[in-house]
Write a protein that binds this ligand. Structure first.
Ligand code: SF4
Length: 642
C-alpha cells in the first residue's frame, strides 16, 4: 500500500493533497520575454491532472540582473502578474497547489544573458561560468532583498499558493550562504550567521510583504560537494536559522554549479542518493522537509515517507517521463509508469530536430508538447503491422493500439527490446530494461498482438495484408570495408553485451561513442585489459557531460587506455593500424577486437513492400543510424498521425 504517499501534507497554511511534488525544472517553454506561454500551461496542467499534489514552477527571475537563461520566467515587474495568473487558474481545478520559485542567478550567468556584469556576494568567478562577478554593495543587497519580497507579493497576487526561494546549486542566495563563494568582510559574510543574513532577510521580507500566512519554501543544498563547500552538519545549522526566520518548509537538493554531475545525477548515482541529507535536515527542524534526487520508484518514495526521512517527495525527471505517476500509483498501475532511465539525453540535451525545442524526455516524447502532440482516437481504424520491437517500434505500437488501430508487432528475435536488450547490460543501465517492460505492458493493455521470433518478409506481409507497415527493424552492425575486417578475433559489441560472444584478456574496442565506452565499462569491471580507439577527437562525445564525468572516472580506475583522433585504416590479426596526426601507427597484442562503430541502415524490404501495402513507413536505425531518442520520438509522431 502507498498510504503514506497519499496522505495529505501541510506546509504552513497550505494543505497539499498528497506527498508528490514536481520540483522546479528550467523548461525553456516560457515565452522569450519571460512570460507564461500556452506550452508552459499545458505542461503544468498535464502534471496537475496526473495527480501531483504540489507543483513548483521553474525558476522565475526577481531582477533582470539575475537572469540565468534567455526565456526564463520573469517576476520582476507587475506586468508579469496577468500572465502568471494563468498557471494557478489552470492547475487548481485538478486539486494541485502551485508555488512560484523565485530566483536570482548571481554569478551563474553571464553578460551575454543579462547585458551587464554578473553580481555576487564576492568577486570570485564560478568555476564553470568563469566570468568575474561584481561584488554587491550593502545598498544593492538591500535592494535585492526588497525585490525578492516584491516578487513573492506578485506571486500571491497572481494566485500562487506559495513561493519557493531558490537557494541551491550556486545561485545568488546559495552563494551568500556558502563559505565556498562568500568571502565578504561585512555583516553579510564571515561566520555562518553572517553568511545566512541575506537568506534570512529575504525570508523575513517575504513574510512582511506577502503576509505571515503566505507559505515560503526554501530550496537549499544539503552538501555542496566542492572543496571548501558546505557539508551537511553546517547545513543543519543553516536550516535551523532559516526556520527561525520563518520558512514553512525546506527542500533539500545537492551541489553547486561546479559539482554539476551530482546535481544532474546520471544513472550511476543511486536512486534516492540525496535522501540521507534530507533526513539529516529533518532532524534539525520542525517544518516539513522535501526530498529530491533520482527518486523514480513508488516503493522507494513510500519508504522515504513512511520511515520519516522526508515529508514530501520531489520527482523531477520522473515527472517528465511520466506526468501521471501519482495517478498510476493510486490505481495500482505501477507497471504502466514510464520510467526515467537517467539518460540525460533529452531533458538536458538537444531535441531531435529544430522543431523539438524546450524540455522533453527520451522516454516520453509528449513531454513539453502536451498541447499539440496528443493521442486521440483514430478517425479510421486500420490494420497496422509493425516490424521490429526496438524502442521505436514498441512506442509506435502501443500508441497506435491505444488510438484504436489493430496492431501486430513482429520481432525476429525471440525477445523484445532490439538494441535496448544489449544496451541494458553495462553497469547502471538496468533502467533500460524497465523501459522495455513499460512499452510491452502498454502494448498489452491496448491489445498489441506481439509475435516474437518471426521476421517480417514480403510473403508474410502478402498473407497478412495490413493497411500499413511500419519498418522499425533497426540496422545491421557496421563492419568497415577495411583489410582484415573479417578476422577471427573480431566481434560486435552488441554480441558481447548480449552474451552471444566472449572476450579474451586483452581487448581492443574500435569506436569510442556511447556503445564503445559502455562496453569498456562492462569489460573493465570484469578486469579485462581494455584499449579504446576512436576516430573523433573526443571519446563519448555523444554523452551528457555528467554521464561522461562518472564514466571516465571508472574507466581511469580500471586502467582503460583511451586513444582519440585515430582513424583505423586496417585490421591486423591481433590489433589495428591507424592514422593519427598524419602518422601511421599500430596497436597489437589483443585477444579480441570489439567493433562498436554503429549500424548501417537496412530498409531493403521497404521498396518491396511498397508494391504490396498502401502505406509503408521506415523509422529509427532502419532509416538512418540514430539514437533511441530519435527512434522513440519518430515512432510517437508517426503513431499519433496515422
Ligand atoms: Fe529521464 Fe532521460 Fe527523460 Fe531526462 S530524458 S527525464 S534523464 S529518461
Amino acid at each position: 500500500s502507498f498510504s503514506a504517499l497519499f496522505s495529505p501534507a501541510r506546509i504552513g497554511t497550505m494543505e497539499v493533497k498528497n506527498r508528490f511534488v514536481v520540483p522546479a525544472i528550467l523548461s525553456g517553454l516560457a515565452n522569450p520575454d519571460g512570460t507564461v506561454s500556452d506550452r508552459l500551461i499545458d505542461y503544468w496542467v498535464a502534471r496537475a491532472r496526473g495527480g501531483f499534489g504540489l507543483l513548483i514552477t521553474e525558476l522565475s527571475c526577481v531582477d533582470p540582473s539575475g537572469k540565468a537563461a534567455p526565456g526564463q520566467l520573469g517576476v520582476w515587474d507587475d506586468a508579469f502578474i496577468p500572465g502568471l495568473r494563468k498557471l494557478p487558474e489552470a492547475v487548481h481545478p485538478y486539486g494541485a497547489k502551485i508555488a512560484l520559485q523565485i530566483h536570482h542567478a548571481g554569478r551563474e550567468t553571464s553578460r551575454a544573458v543579462t547585458g551587464s556584469q554578473p553580481v555576487a556576494p564576492s568577486a570570485v568567478p564560478c568555476p564553470i561560468v568563469r566570468e568575474i562577478p561584481r561584488e554587491l554593495t550593502p545598498a544593492e543587497i538591500e535592494e535585492l532583498i526588497e525585490k525578492f519580497g516584491a516578487a513573492a507579493r506578485r506571486a500571491k497576487r497572481a494566485g500562487f499558493d506559495a513561493v519557493e526561494i531558490h537557494a541551491c546549486h550556486g545561485c545568488l542566495v546559495s552563494d551568500f550562504m556558502s563559505a565556498y563563494a562568500n568571502k565578504r568582510l561585512d555583516g553579510y559574510g564571515g561566520d555562518l550567521r553572517g553568511r545566512m543574513r541575506f537568506a534570512m532577510a529575504v525570508v523575513e521580507k517575504i513574510r512582511s510583504l506577502a503576509g505571515p500566512d503566505f507559505p515560503v519554501l526554501f530550496r537549499m543544498s544539503g552538501a555542496e560537494r566542492v572543496p571548501g563547500g558546505r557539508a551537511i552538519m553546517e547545513s543543519k545549522a543553516a536550516a535551523r536559522l532559516l526556520e527561525e526566520a520563518g520558512v514553512s518548509a525546506i527542500h533539500v537538493s545537492t551541489g553547486v554549479n561546479a559539482s554539476g554531475p551530482w546535481i544532474v545525477a546520471p544513472a550511476c548515482v543511486s536512486p534516492g542518493y540525496n535522501v540521507a541529507d534530507a533526513a539529516a535536515i529533518k532532524e534539525a527542524v520542525g517544518v516539513p522537509v522535501l526530498a529530491v534526487g533520482r527518486i523514480n520508484d513508488p516503493d522507494l518514495a513510500e519508504e522515504i515517507i513512511r520511515t520519516g526521512q522526508a515529508d514530501l517527495i520531489s520527482l523531477g525527471r520522473e515527472s517528465l517521463a511520466d506526468p501521471e505517476f501519482p495517478n498510476k500509483v493510486a490505481d495500482g498501475r505501477n507497471e504502466e509508469i514510464a520510467p526515467c532511465i537517467a539518460c540525460m539525453q533529452r531533458c538536458q540535451g538537444r531535441g531531435i530536430d529544430e522543431n523539438d525545442t524546450g524540455v522533453s524526455c527520451l522516454v516520453n516524447p509528449f513531454c513539453g508538447k502536451e498541447g499539440t502532440l496528443k493521442i486521440a482516437p483514430a478517425a479510421q481504424p486500420k490494420r497496422i503491422l509493425v516490424a521490429g520491437a526496438g524502442p521505436g517500434g514498441l512506442e509506435a505500437a502501443w500508441i497506435l493500439a491505444q488510438r484504436g488501430h489493430r496492431v501486430t508487432l513482429y520481432e525476429k528475435e525471440p525477445v523484445p527490446g532490439g538494441q535496448y536488450r544489449s544496451g541494458a547490460v553495462p553497469p547502471f543501465k538496468q533502467d533500460i530494461a524497465k523501459a522495455v517492460r513499460y512499452y510491452l505492458r502498454m502494448g498489452q493493455k491496448y491489445g498489441v498482438d506481439y509475435r516474437f521470433g518471426t521476421a517480417v518478409t514480403a510473403d508474410l506481409v502478402r498473407r497478412e495484408q495490413p493497411d500499413a507497415v511500419i519498418l522499425a527493424t533497426g540496422g545491421q552492425p557496421l563492419v568497415p570495408e577495411l583489410e582484415g575486417a573479417d578476422g577471427p578475433r573480431i566481434i560486435q559489441a552488441a554480441d558481447l553485451l548480449a552474451g552471444r560472444a566472449t572476450a579474451g584478456e586483452r581487448v581492443l574496442i574500435v569506436g569510442g561513442g556511447m556503445v564503445g565506452v559502455e562496453t569498456a565499462d562492462f569489460l573493465g569491471e570484469r578486469r579485462h585489459g581494455v584499449t579504446i580507439v576512436e576516430r573523433l577527437p573526443q571519446l563519448a562525445g555523444d554523452l551528457n557531460p555528467a554521464v561522461q564525468y562518472f564514466l571516465f572516472e571508472r574507466l581511469q580506475r580500471y586502467g582503460v587506455t583511451m586513444i582519440s583522433g585515430a582513424q583505423v585504416t586496417a585490421f591486423l590479426e591481433d590489433g589495428v593500424r591507424y592514422e593519427q596526426d598524419g602518422r601511421q601507427q599500430s596497436l597489437t597484442g589483443f585477444d579480441t577486437i570489439v567493433l562498436a562503430m554503429g549500424v548501417r541502415p537496412d530498409h531493403s524490404l521497404a521498396e518491396e513492400l511498397r508494391e504490396l501495402v498502401p502505406q509503408v513507413f521506415v523509422i529509427g536505425d532502419a532509416l538512418k543510424p540514430r539514437k533511441a531518442l530519435e527512434a522513440i520520438a519518430e515512432g510517437a509522431r508517426l503513431a499519433v498521425g496515422m
